[in-house]
Design a protein around this ligand. Sequence first.
Ligand code: SF4
Length: 566
Amino acid sequence: MDSTTLSNAAADFTAEQKEYLQGFFAGLAQRGLLPFVGQTATGQLTADPASGVANQAAVYFGTPVEDLCKEERWKYEENALDIWDKLLAHANEDKAPAADDLFRFKFHGLFYVAPAQDSFMLRMRVPGAIMTSHQMRGLAAMAADWGSGRVDITTRSNLQIREFQPRHIVRVLNMLRELGMTSRGAGADNIRNITASPITGIDPLELIDVAPLADAMNAYILNSRDMYGLPRKFNIAFDNGGAISVVADTNDIGFVAVEVKDGHDVPEGIYFRVLLCGITGHRQFATDCGLLLRADQTVCVAAAMVRVFSENGDRTDRKKARLKYLVDKWGVEKFLEETEKRLAFPLIRFAAQDCEPRREIDRKAHIGVHPQSQPGMHYIGVSVPVGQLPASQMLAVASIADRFGSGEMRLTVWQNLILPNIASESVEAAKQALLDAGLQFEAGTVLNGTVACTGNKGCKYAAADTKSHAVALARMLDERFAIEQPVNLHVTGCAHSCAQHYIGDIGMMGVKVGGEEGYQVLIGGGSDRDRGLGRELIPAIKFADLPPVMERLFGAYTMSRADDES
Ligand code: SF4
């Protein structure tokens, strides 16, 4: 019996029939099928996806429909995973979506970015930040033929292509599928790209290769309809405990590999700590919640936590809808108890101080030539200024990966690129090929550690042209100063903080100053062992006035710093 039939027959149900239906819906809820069953347009007789109880009053995840915020009501009215007919219609008519569909299109990674641009931006998923030369070539063709002619690497080691017209969106999604990629769930209130340490599996310092876990997490999400339509967006990261950070502490859930030595009440070996509720735009890092997990438990625990969040998060107020606010309301212990109810194994509480300390992070290891754990093999970290890679360079790196490596490439949260699996005898030729393509790989520049959000060239919220400003500042500083210690410059266009300005050595957030583009400037932020929120240095300054101030700041730093002080 489908939900329409149920709606029509609702008035005739006996108490016994209603009891039977409650059990029926509870069974569906346990199997994670209710978000589909529950989301009918009529709302007459649906199941509350949270409780599995059939009801006649319109309730969505335990919240009366009249109390839902606008976006939740749109989710309730139509499941955004089921709008293929709308995507086709918009492509056929070459028209932009209305506000509710504009939100639903983001479930497919399609962002209509008016008024900044009159076109779609496509955000993909690159699980674990690993992709192939074949995929890079296909994306280059898409970008050149229908889009902006370049790809942008994001701070979630993901990819975006801009300027697709509505008429192209269906062919773009189809081509993505042919490349073995997807954009499903890349935007709106979904689990974003699963990040992993970018040299995992080739990192001489790592404790465990986390690429299979990132892949498994991604596959679990893609195959589970109840992993979509959360109260708000959700970030998950896997840290291999090795040389390069994945900034796990900026995620809603960060799994960090650790070693436990003999002498405790768990067998010695490699486990994961679980960090919860990172949301640096709200000035909060993820913190250790006291759990110790085996690798094979991580995906199950993440899925259980997502379900607890989905069923209990706030769907009435977008400002209070992230995981942090549920955990603040309940406390960590209640959140873990609810998580445990959805698991087939008990959670192990284990003190963080009984684990071995995390190995040192090498902030220079994401750029330049470095040995891999495989004897005789190297990776090259390639600088991609603020993540912008034109189609010609996309083709060039694909070709270099094929000729000198294994055809594989990695993306980093610092918006750069890594080419792995290059044999010692091919390193020099690969370096020359990169230089010939106009790509740099020398460490020790501000530009390598500079990240910037989209800015006002493509985002309506931006108060400034972040990418151009970030590149101009970094180039100016690189010309005047020799930087031995890495310096991270994070430039974000508004308080949404997509470029995480609070964790930069220097953080900048776009503000209007007397009608002109300018920035609030912060200093002293960091992540991982250097964790800290940046402190305000300048509340507001026009961009035009910023270069000499930065020059003085760097001059003072380079003259007075002690040893390798950051
Ligand atoms: Fe847009 Fe603000 Fe995010 Fe930058 S930080 S991309 S301006 S929403």
